[in-house]
Design a protein around this ligand. Structure first.
Ligand code: GUN
Ligand code: ZN
Length: 430
């Protein structure tokens, strides 16, 4: 008979969108809930006693007062930047030239790429993250290493070869043709294999010539079920530079749009300094905006307009942007999103923060039918949060009158110690 597991604890399952209805109405919380898992999928979610009666043969794993939720989904990261996270003192372009590009040069070595992929996936798993969308480097070896390691762990990940043919060191530059051909070969090798998905990945307009953007637009048109990931309007100086590099473009987004790189399945990291036209087109096209709050404050980029963009109905995910971001943890990232929203005059509800880190990112990756919630039929990627993981958190949570007050101290102050367990593809991974 198929092995079934019944996980018991507090459970949080989204039934709606907490940005478009009262947040607490969009979630079902059970204080003694159950999640029934078999063959890598969630089979049922509901009161634990009821599920136990219906499935007496299931092996029970009782997490007591811990909170079972969907595994976190980091919708924009750079695994090759693991070794340079928290590098001091630069803004975006200087930071890329000083720290990022020299480190990315090393990923032509398959042994280095494999070691960093392993370390990176260990670090994010320890933080409760089960899916990431990562940039790799220009080297196909860096993509092979990342997908191979994720596949061995049964993880659903998105990744792509980062393409650049200008404004980067020689050793990190390709051509329009080689970017197209090497990306195409990687799509053939990895896209749709098990839980792996490919994202066509021009780094950002300043490091791609119009010819390269055009070649990658053509590649996406030939493989429309791939995602496309890049950066957009992160810093004001960058936006101005794009204006000088593409004098014919209406704005930054247009440098992608005119080459076929805007559409459903396009993921735009940062998206801070947007014009009204860009916002309208992003929405119309069904593209995704990825909020990277620790990065935006660490590199000094600006304050993402979460409330305004959500009110427009934009599709928004949440991400660390490791190593421009200063943490591997989506708990820390939710805290930073809260702080940035406060600086813009809005307090995000804990249900909204949890939604962004799970459902929101799943929607951004167009994977909400697969991951990002506790619901029957979804893949069993789960995080189990200890809501009293340190003395400081425990004393605050002890005063909580409801689940949101109990959870918020862990969002704001929690780290890897709060990750009691992680399930990936229906198997315990920590
Ligand atoms: N823009 C282009 N490349 C990068 C990168 O690696 N990190 C960040 N934060 N922004 C970028
Ligand atoms: Zn990035």
């Amino acid at each position: 008979m198929t092995r079934q597991h019944l996980l018991i604890g507090h459970t949080l399952a989204f039934t709606g969108d907490p940005f478009h209805e009262p947040p607490e109405d969009a979630v079902r919380h059970e204080s003694r809930g159950g999640v029934l898992i078999a063959k890598g999928r969630i089979r049922a979610v509901g009161p634990a006693d009821m599920l136990h009666r219906a499935h007496p043969q299931a092996k029970i794993i009782d997490y007591g007062n811990a909170l079972i939720c969907a595994g976190f989904i980091d919708a924009h990261a750079h695994y090759p930047q693991t070794g340079i996270i928290a590098s001091w003192g630069k803004r975006l372009i200087d930071w890329l030239n000083t720290y990022t590009f020299p480190e990315e040069m090393r990923f032509g070595d398959p042994a280095h790429a494999a070691a960093v992929a392993r370390l990176y996936l260990d670090l994010v798993r320890a933080a409760g993250t089960t899916t990431v969308a990562s940039f790799c480097t220009i080297h196909p070896e860096s993509v092979d290493a990342f997908f191979a390691e994720a596949e061995a762990r049964g993880q659903r990940v998105v990744a792509g070869r980062t393409c650049m043919d200008r404004n980067a060191p020689d050793g990190l530059c390709d051509t329009p043709q080689s970017a197209h051909d090497e990306s195409a070969a990687l799509i053939a090798r990895w896209h749709g294999r098990g839980r792996l998905a490919y994202a066509i990945t021009p780094r950002f307009s300043p490091t791609s010539s119009p010819a390269q953007l055009e070649a990658l637009g053509a590649l996406w048109a030939a493989h429309p079920d791939c995602l496309m990931q890049t950066h957009l309007a992160e810093q004001k100086e960058e936006v101005e530079w794009v204006g000088r590099l593409f004098p014919e473009a209406r704005d930054y987004l247009d440098t992608y749009e005119r080459y076929g790189l805007l559409g459903k399945g396009a993921l735009f990291g940062h998206a801070i300094h947007l014009t009204a036209r860009e916002r309208a087109r992003l929405h119309e096209a069904g593209a995704s905006l990825i909020h990277c709050p620790t990065s935006n404050s660490f590199i000094g980029s600006g304050l993402f307009d979460m409330a305004g963009l959500m009110a427009e109905g934009q599709r928004i995910g949440l991400a660390t942007d490791t190593g421009g971001g200063s943490s591997f943890s989506m708990l820390r990232t939710m805290a930073a999103a809260y702080e940035i929203a406060q600086l813009r005059g809005h307090a995000l509800h804990p249900a909204q923060l949890m939604w962004l880190a799970t459902q929101g990112s799943a929607r951004a990756l167009r994977m909400e039918h697969l991951i990002g919630n506790l619901a029957a039929g979804l893949e069993a990627d789960l995080a189990v949060l200890d809501l009293a993981s340190t003395p400081a958190i425990a004393q605050r949570a002890a005063r909580a009158g409801n689940i949101w007050e109990a959870l918020f101290p862990t969002i704001m102050m929690g780290d890897e110690r709060a990750i009691r367990a992680v399930w990936i593809n229906g198997r315990p991974a920590i």
